[in-house]
Structure formats: structure tokens, C-alpha cells
Ligand binder design. Structure first.
Ligand code: R5P
Length: 316
């Protein structure tokens, strides 16, 4: 079986292929001078894509990733249907249809935070993107999705997988925290799973977001005096959430504060901001980032296993 990727998730694709012991192939991707994307399945990869089920690893971030993902799924589906017709008459034009067998693994699902309608007339963007992708594959693996509920009613099975076991192991080996903090209620499940895996104390803060750059935490006694604390979240964007939580921890006597997440977006100078507040920043490579220290391959592999079981596909 084969893992393929385009331009935006090659690292995670190779990590997944390593975890599964499968081959990885890169698809051809480039841009036309007007910036539109071009994708092609190289001739030498066509047999591999047709032979057995294929997992495409691709991000829907930034926006160009959505188009690239759709084009790659379209090309994979054409190849699996045996539709190879081309104007240059290269190779066989039509082969037999090899049937279903296309999975999509999305390390970072762009638009995941636009999962609710706060004002009338808004698009529920995460749902719209989910349905677009589901129309072109047999199942989707999503890695530490902000709020899984928004993709629960897609017409294909979705495996929600998480890198928290690997993140816990990494923190234990490098930081050895006494205390794990969730910086808001949304991250409680993830952060408490890390605390349980490490067998250390846990608490959470209640956060109010005023705007994209301003957040406020409700005051709370955290019992962190003299302790090493790791703040665990699904993603770090501007870093505002982590910086405010780190301030609260330091003011209550924490001796070291680390920040860990699955998705390191690190927008607008976030790293420079973060290093003024925390002793270390740890992320997976779901998005290319300078703090990628945790492999996302095992988590994606668990998602692939789950879908093979759900779809009753044979995983030789
Ligand atoms: C939101 O609820 C998320 O889980 C993160 O806490 C948030 O997106 C982080 O954003 P920022 O780094 O900009 O505070």
C-alpha cells in the first residue's frame, strides 16, 4: 500500500509511511505563472496508486492547500477508475476500474476554528470544507481537530486521531513536568490525557477571547508553586493564549513553564513573543514550523488502522 503527498505535508506523509511500513511517493506539484496550481501523478507512480488502497496526506491550509488537496484527490480517483485519457496519447488511455480505496489524511485541517455560526449569515467553513473533501474520498483521517463535532455527519467515515500520546512521551523525556495546564476549557480532554499518561497533576483555565489578539483568563488558584508546568493546547497561533496562561503560572510560583501543541501555526511573530514567557515550545510537524520535535506519523497511522477496520479493507 502507498502513501502519497503533494507540496504541503510531505514530512508527515513520510512519517506516516515509516509508521505503517508502506512506500511513500511524491506527486508532482507546481504553479502556473498566474499562480494557479498544477498537479500530476507521475507515470512511475500510477501502478502503485492503482494496485492497493492509497492514503493521500495533505493539509487544507493555507487556502492553496484546499485546492491542491481537491486536485490530487481528483487525479487519484481518475487513475483508480482507469481514466488515463490524454491529448498527447501517452500510454494506455483506459484501464479497468480498481474500485474504492482512497483515504485522505489531513494533519492540519484549515478552517477548523470556523466550526460554528456566531452571527446569522455566516458560513460554517469547517463543515463546508469537510463536505468538499468527503465528496472525493472513501474516508478521512483528521489529526487533533479543534472540535470534531463539525465533521461528525460527513457521508464518509472520519477517524479523529491525536498526537497526545507522543506529545506526553516527549514532554516526559525532555521536560518531566509536575503539572499540566489546559489554557481553556476546549483543550481539557487533550491536556488531561497528557497528564494521565505522565501521571502528574492537572488543571485548566477559563478563557474569554476578546478578539484575535486579546484574551483574558479568569483568575484561579493553581497550586503550581515550585513546579515545572507544561501548557498543552491543540494549536498555537498568535501565542496570546499561552503567554497569558504562562503569566498566571509564573505569578503563582511555577519555576519553569513549557508550551506544547499539535499544530504550530506561530503567526505574526508568535515565537518571538512566546520565548519571552515560556522556557520551551514543542510541536508536531503537522505544519512546517521551527518547533517541530514530535512525530505525527504514529497518530496518523492509528487513524489509518481505524478506517481500514471501519471500511473492512484488508491491511496486508
Ligand atoms: C482555541 O480555542 C485554540 O484551542 C487555541 O487555544 C487558540 O487557537 C490559540 O490561539 P492563540 O495562540 O492565537 O491564542
Amino acid at each position: 500500500m502507498v502513501v502519497v503527498s503533494g507540496s504541503n505535508a510531505r514530512l508527515l506523509a513520510t512519517q506516516l509511511a515509516d509508521s505503517l511500513g508502506w512506500e511513500h511517493h511524491s506527486l508532482e506539484t507546481r504553479r502556473f505563472p498566474d499562480s494557479e496550481g498544477y498537479i500530476r501523478i507521475p507515470s512511475e507512480v500510477i501502478d502503485a496508486v492503482r494496485k492497493e488502497p492509497v492514503v493521500l496526506v495533505s493539509n487544507t491550509f493555507p487556502d492553496a492547500g484546499i485546492v491542491e488537496t481537491l486536485l490530487m484527490l481528483e487525479a487519484i480517483n481518475d487513475v483508480r477508475r482507469g481514466n488515463l485519457e490524454n491529448l498527447r496519447d501517452i500510454g494506455p488511455q483506459q484501464l479497468e476500474d480498481v474500485g474504492p480505496g482512497t483515504l485522505l489524511a489531513v494533519p492540519y485541517f484549515g478552517y477548523s476554528r470556523q466550526d460554528k455560526r456566531f452571527k446569522p449569515g455566516e458560513a460554517i467553513s469547517a463543515r463546508a470544507i469537510g463536505h468538499l473533501l468527503a465528496s472525493r474520498c472513501d474516508g478521512i483521517i483528521v489529526f487533533d481537530l479543534h472540535a470534531p463535532k463539525v465533521l461528525e455527519d460527513l457521508p464518509v467515515p472520519v477517524a479523529f486521531t491525536s498526537a497526545m500520546p507522543e506529545l506526553a512521551k516527549h514532554l516526559q523525556e525532555t521536560v518531566n513536568p509536575d503539572f499540566i495546564l489546559s489554557p481553556d476549557k476546549g483543550a481539557i480532554e487533550r491536556a488531561s490525557a497528557v497528564a494521565t499518561a505522565i501521571d502528574c497533576e492537572f488543571s485548566y483555565l477559563e478563557k474569554t477571547r476578546i478578539d484575535a489578539h486579546t484574551i483574558v483568563h479568569q483568575a484561579k488558584d493553581l497550586n503550581v508553586d515550585g513546579k515545572v508546568v507544561a501548557i498543552v493546547d491543540d494549536m498555537i497561533a498568535t501565542g496570546g493564549t499561552i503567554c497569558r496562561a504562562a503569566e498566571a503560572l509564573r505569578s503563582q510560583g511555577a519555576v519553569a513553564v513549557h508550551a506544547a501543541c499539535s499544530h504550530g501555526l506561530f503567526t505574526g511573530g508568535a515565537i518571538a513573543r512566546l520565548i519571552r514567557y515560556v522556557d520551551g515550545v514543542h510541536a508536531t510537524g503537522s505544519l512546517a514550523n521551527p518547533r517541530d520535535v514530535i512525530s505525527g506519523g504514529p497518530a496518523l497511522a492509528r487513524g489509518v488502522d481505524e478506517l481500514f477496520t471501519t471500511l473492512k479493507w484488508d491491511k496486508k
